[in-house]
Design a protein around this ligand. Structure first.
Ligand code: SF4
Length: 293
């Protein structure tokens, strides 16, 4: 049976008595005409690429071509090593890894777009940080990533995951929904809780605009990654406690699409509105391109 919606996914999980990641790896195996072992190996490669991006990003202070960004991640351990963050080690790691990955992206380093390059720090930071702190096995991390991927796939069946089409809600917002589902899976959540986690994350980020300064994936994109990673954790924790979204996931995805359609083109990656048109953004643009704005 073709799985085109979250309702279909729940039906299929129930019918086959399988988890979302099991359905995901089966579907991928059919698509690739290869075994489930090969599918899982490919997902492992993605996971390792994510870990490599975090490792590289943690130490680099190389700035982007604009010179605006690239040296924020290294500031975090300087404080955390002296005085831990208010919410503990996992929180420290999540926001640090999210920044590390997003800064690697601006340096044109190797990252795994998840679902896009601008939102590349959200899913990896949550999976890697929580796995390190909770001693979650690699196989479980793969299950988490498969879950995240299938959630992203189902959303992308209805909405193109691009800021130019539906704003940042379709990039960082969807990444947060994917991360929430992955985390819920890794922490032992059932199918319903996983979808609830994604629903809560996505529902509470609807309307986020795409307004990159000078059209570069730097401001506000980079710092959105740690914020939306923590947002994912909130959603997963609520779902694991039994909190449910009153609006079902499929209707939230429909709303994401409609909200994207209603959004002014000025707020969809054109850099003609929002933060991109602030006084400071215009001054930055003038300096960068040495032109009158
Ligand atoms: S603001 Fe726009 S370019 Fe930046 S991450 Fe969000 S969707 Fe992508």
């Amino acid at each position: 049976m073709a799985i085109l919606s979250f309702a279909d996914l729940v039906n299929e999980c129930t019918k086959q008595n399988k988890s979302i990641y099991e359905i995901a790896q089966e579907q991928e195996s059919i698509l690739l005409e290869d075994t489930i072992d090969v599918v899982r190996l490919r997902v492992l490669e993605d996971l390792l690429a994510m870990k490599e991006a975090v490792k590289n990003g943690l130490h680099s202070t190389e700035k982007s071509i604009s010179g605006w960004c690239g040296d924020d991640c290294v500031k975090l351990p300087q404080r955390f090593n002296k005085k831990g963050a208010l919410f503990g080690k996992t929180f420290e790691k999540i926001i640090t890894y999210a920044l590390a990955t997003a800064e690697e992206n601006l340096r044109m380093g190797r990252i795994a777009a998840c679902p896009t390059a601008g939102s590349c720090g959200i899913v990896p930071s949550v999976i890697i940080a929580v796995s390190e702190e909770e001693k979650i096995l690699e196989a479980e991390q793969i299950n988490g990533l498969l879950t995240a991927g299938f959630i992203g796939l189902l959303i992308s069946n209805k909405v193109q995951l691009a800021g130019a089409v539906a704003g940042c809600q379709a990039e960082c917002g969807v990444a947060s929904a994917m991360a929430a589902g992955a985390l819920c899976q890794m922490l032992g959540g059932n199918t319903s809780q996983i979808i609830q986690a994604s629903s809560l994350a996505l529902k509470n980020i609807l309307g986020l605009t795409c307004d990159p300064v000078c059209g570069l994936v730097e401001v506000p994109c980079i710092k959105r990654n740690p914020f939306l990673a923590v947002h994912a954790v909130t959603a997963a924790e609520l779902a694991l406690c039994g909190v449910e979204s009153k609006i079902p996931m499929d209707e939230i995805v429909d709303t994401l699409k409609i909200t994207g359609q209603l959004m002014s083109p000025l707020l969809k990656e054109t850099s003609l509105g929002g933060l991109a048109k602030t006084k400071t953004a215009q001054e930055l643009e003038k300096k960068l391109f040495n032109k009158k704005v």
